[in-house]
Design a protein around this ligand. Structure first.
Ligand SMILES: [Zn+2]
Length: 263
């Protein structure tokens, strides 16, 4: 599922391929991913405009079209973007295609169709209406300590809560907790100042590294939990068997030895 690093990678991809080209048409192959806009309306509003620039917040990508007009893209479980050259076929499961005057196309593909495409007027209004919290890479240490340390509940569930901090999903939350050596079920209110600082640093480090590697799974460091999680997985640090537990209705993987639960 695309989390902050994947969406940032899509943003950079879109920026490097699809900006400033006149849009000549929008072809909707599956209107299920469109939210509060019809295929006709989407095409009508975008035609003759350009993708001017883009902005990411949490797992949302906002593409600026013009005055009070933004395209919001959410990648759901399996969404992605592919820039398609003149003689190339768009990928399987393409749901929407943005066609440019250059005859190139930008395809939004999404196998499971949990993705969302919508037109909005204002990014800040959207974030406020949805109650989406600060972006995980925009937040500072003191704000992080306040919003994570003062909440009730398991720290893993808090990291996953987009209204508290935006962008972190199941895989990266486990990675961050592993790096910070914090057990995912730890009550956030019991975390020490040092724990919160380690958690903050791990968040920046893990997300930043994943972006730098363009989220290419094969290039992820061998020291990462993500490369080992699952049955028969062993801790990259101490080689003990990894454990799993349901926390906040998601499966957490962790090392019970390296991430001891506070008594
Ligand atoms: Zn371990």
């Amino acid at each position: 599922m695309p989390e902050l690093p994947e969406v940032e990678t899509f943003k950079r991809y879109l920026d490097s391929t699809s900006l400033h080209q006149r849009i000549t048409n929008v072809e909707v192959h599956d209107a299920y991913v469109l939210k509060r806009v019809s295929p006709r309306e989407l095409a009508r509003r975008l035609k003759s405009h350009r993708f001017e620039n883009s902005h990411r917040h949490g797992k949302h990508l906002f593409v600026h079209i013009g005055d009070a007009l933004w395209l919001r893209v959410h990648f759901g479980m399996t969404g992605g973007l592919q820039y398609v050259k003149r003689d190339e076929e768009p990928p399987k499961n393409t749901r929407v295609i943005f066609r440019f005057a250059t005859n190139r196309r930008l395809a939004f593909h999404d196998q499971r169709k949990f993705g969302e495409i919508e037109l909005i007027k204002d990014v800040d209004d959207f974030l406020q209406t949805r109650g989406i919290g600060p972006d995980a890479l925009e937040i500072g240490l003191s704000q992080f300590k306040t919003i994570v340390g003062n909440r009730r509940g398991a720290v893993k569930a808090i990291l996953l809560n987009q209204q508290v901090i935006a962008g972190i999903g199941n895989l990266y939350a486990d990675e961050i907790l592993f790096r910070a050596r914090v057990h995912p079920a730890t009550q956030a209110a019991t975390l020490s100042n040092m724990d919160l600082r380690r958690l903050f640093c791990a968040t920046r480090c893990v997300l930043g590294k994943a972006i730098a590697l363009k989220t290419d799974f094969n290039r992820l460091p061998k020291s990462w939990l993500m490369t080992r999680r699952g049955k028969r997985g062993r801790c990259p640090r101490c080689c003990r068997a990894l454990k799993s537990q349901m926390i906040g209705s998601r499966t957490s993987w962790f090392c019970a030895y390296c991430q001891k639960r506070a008594a």
